[in-house]
Design a protein around this ligand. Structure first.
Ligand code: PGA
Length: 257
């Protein structure tokens, strides 16, 4: 059975060390006595807080929100995959729509970052998804296909199997609007078909696919298990430790049924 994933993307929040400490202590308090044998919880704080965040409760792993495709050198402002590893990071979000939209990340850059992450034993959480305009022009599958074909270029089946693919329609991020279960399912089916073409049906079944965009604990069923997704990528709600753990609990309850 696939594990379920609950990924909290804290984005550029928790502005001070004090806020960060408070967040971690709330997580610790809320997580006391809980166990999630079928759920992987991952918290992705801003890079500057990664080193403090190693004191997370055991049920949560550490993820970064971005990284460089280079190992070291004259790349002002960038963060090396080696630095992430050294800070205790296990996962890294790559190609988030805010990176693509505000900071000009191209499919090729995302591909290079995936290759670098895998090389340094970091698990990439690769974000794909269409804009509102692309959706209204009926281009959803074309966009997703292009993003996946480029992102997965040259990757072995084993590498693809180890990654997490996050479908995050850009119009659903930060908006309180989510696609219907049927719309998410359609993307899931399309991705399976595409991965069967690129690899094979067995691998297409095994790839971890999660949904992201305005996720709340109250509608996990409709965006996750009813849509056959293996988890969620959560922005705003992950700023509430209680909500993040509640989502993990709901996935665990679902796995127990
Ligand atoms: P949101 O963000 O949950 O605040 O919509 C999701 C994301 O950007 O991953």
């Amino acid at each position: 059975m696939h594990p379920f994933f609950v990924v909290g993307n804290l984005k550029m929040n928790l502005l001070t060390r004090a806020e960060c400490d408070k967040y971690v202590s709330l997580l610790k308090r809320e997580a006391t006595g809980l166990s999630f044998p079928n759920v992987r919880g991952i918290v992705c704080p801003p890079a500057i807080h990664l080193a403090y965040m190693t004191r997370l409760p055991e049920v949560l792993k550490l993820g970064a929100q971005n990284m460089s495709w280079e190992r070291s050198g004259a790349y002002t402002g960038e963060i090396s995959p080696v630095m992430l590893k050294d800070a205790g990071v296990e996962y890294v979000i790559l190609g988030h729509s805010e990176r693509r939209g505000y900071f000009g990340e191209t499919d090729e850059m995302v591909k290079d970052k995936i290759t670098a992450a895998l090389k340094h034993n970091l698990i990439p959480i690769v974000c794909i998804g269409e804009t509102k305009e692309e959706r209204s022009q009926d281009q959803t599958t074309d966009i997703i296909e292009r993003q996946v074909r480029i992102a997965f270029q040259g990757l072995s089946p084993m590498q693809v199997e180890s990654m997490i693919l996050a479908y995050e329609p850009r119009w659903a991020i930060g908006t309180d609007v989510t696609p219907t279960t049927a719309e998410i399912m359609q993307v899931r089916v399309f991705l399976r078909k595409l991965l069967t073409e690129l690899y094979d049906a067995r691998l297409a079944e095994k790839v971890n696919m999660i949904y992201g965009g305005s996720v709340k604990s109250t509608f996990l069923a409709s965006v996750a298990w009813d849509a056959e997704m293996d988890g969620v990528l959560v922005g705003r709600e992950s700023l509430f430790p209680h909500e993040l753990l509640k989502m993990m609990q709901l996935f665990q309850e679902h796995a127990n049924t």
